[in-house]
Design a protein around this ligand. Structure first.
Ligand code: GTR
Length: 404
């Protein structure tokens, strides 16, 4: 009873201050006159009833919010693509002495088959040799060139610092999003959506980010068959468009224990209703990347307030599992403060599920990660990128989440 009262007090305290951030300190110097906005309440169901129990959220409202994101933003995966057996995974190469004998490298091949056609995509998996098994793992959604995830390690990039991840006792897998669905306006026929769609895509059909998220789940399917990998202790990580995908992956697939959402901006962790001047708007993202989101999402160009969701609800879908959002000081296009506030406003769902959430409504200083219970945030100096400082912050959160 005491716990229930405490949770309710947290929810009520939050609800009273939720509706506008216009008066709050803004991160960017030019954002002084931000229009006020009102966020949808993640706990309020379509019939207007507010959820007051963890069970109510888990058994009913959560599914409702997930459906809203499928319908209005990311689209839904067709049943044939989600069906067991739609994808076959194979280990096509093993090197037990990779990276100077410190790791085992497994080359993975995935074959998706439908209607007599198939599509192949690949991933590389490193498992640390010395660490006691099973180990937790990170799946990197790679939206950059293949040289960033070179399994031979001749080319090394801080976008995927495999050596450091392994030294911390984690396994790590990486895949190239373009192998699943090309990151191009005219790439539809070459990707997995064309393979599984029957006829022209419906307005709520899966779009490219959903296809990439589907790929992360197929890789997780494989990791779950590997006895060296700890079940429930797999993080999904992505940067920018990959960050949007990482959050959507973890929102849908409850097997992910942590989402590391780097500089994801519009369509990721930030708040669409926050009309911060330097940001990417819904109209802009739909114009430049119409294939990332479904056709319904185009209805919200310059009409963000009409969306039945905002993206604090996307982070809330991961509760009580962990979400760590990362921003960069100079990455105003992604609206760092909007990314932070997305987590602040996800907190009532965490509170209902018995987690403290971020534990603060104040942005932490540059370079000092803020870790609460279930939610974490950092902002580092510099530009839009995923690098070592970000990875170290995410690894520390994974230690908290998976090795408390
Ligand atoms: C930008 C896009 C952003 C972000 C970024 C990236 O051009 O406007 O939404 O995703 O690309 O993926 O690096």
């Amino acid at each position: 009873m005491k716990t229930f009262a405490r949770r309710m007090a947290a929810v009520i305290a939050w609800a009273m201050i939720t509706t506008s951030d216009a008066g709050a300190r803004d991160f960017a110097p030019d954002a002084t006159n931000l229009p006020a906005y009102t966020l949808p309440d993640p706990l309020k169901a379509a019939d207007g009833k507010a959820e007051t129990t963890a069970e109510g959220w888990t058994k009913s409202r959560r599914a409702e919010v997930l459906e809203l994101f499928r319908t209005h933003v990311f689209g839904r995966v067709p049943p044939a693509a989600a069906a067991a057996g739609a994808v076959k995974s194979e280990v096509v190469g093993v090197d037990p002495g990779a990276i100077d004998g410190t790791a085992t490298l497994k080359r993975l091949k995935f074959t998706a088959t439908h209607g007599g056609k198939s599509l192949v995509f690949t991933a590389s998996l490193f498992i640390p040799n010395a660490a006691p098994k099973p180990v937790p793992a990170f799946i990197l959604i790679c939206n950059r060139g293949a040289t960033n995830i070179d399994p031979s390690r001749v080319l090394r990039s801080d976008f995927w610092p495999a050596e450091e991840i392994l030294a911390r006792g984690y396994a790590t897998a990486a895949y190239q999003v373009g192998e699943i669905d090309p990151d191009r306006k005219d790439g539809y026929t070459e990707g997995v959506r064309a393979l599984f769609d029957d006829g022209a895509p419906a307005p709520d059909a899966w779009a490219t980010l959903s296809a990439w998220a589907w790929g992360a789940s197929r890789i997780l399917d494989h990791l779950e068959t590997d006895p060296a990998i700890a079940k429930g202790k797999v993080a999904v990580i992505g940067h920018s468009r990959g960050g949007k995908t990482a959050l959507w992956s973890a929102a849908q697939d409850e097997r992910f224990g942590l989402a590391c959402v780097n500089e994801s901006g519009c369509g990721g962790a930030n708040l669409l209703r926050r009309r911060f001047e330097g940001r990417e708007s819904v109209a802009r993202i739909n114009k430049n990347f119409p294939y990332w989101f479904n056709a319904n999402f185009k209805r919200y160009d310059n009409r963000e307030d009409d969306l039945p969701v905002d993206h604090h609800m996307l982070s809330a879908l991961v509760a009580p599992r962990w979400v760590h959002v990362g921003s960069a000081e100079e990455d105003l296009w992604a609206d760092p403060r909007g990314e932070f506030l997305g987590l602040v406003h996800a907190a009532p769902v965490y509170a209902l599920l018995g987690k403290k959430g971020l534990g603060s409504r104040e942005m932490p200083p540059i370079g000092v990660p803020l870790r609460g219970d279930g939610l974490a945030y950092h902002i580092r100096a510099g530009k839009h990128n995923l690098g070592l400082e970000d990875w170290r912050a995410y690894l520390d959160t994974a230690d908290r989440a998976f090795r408390p």
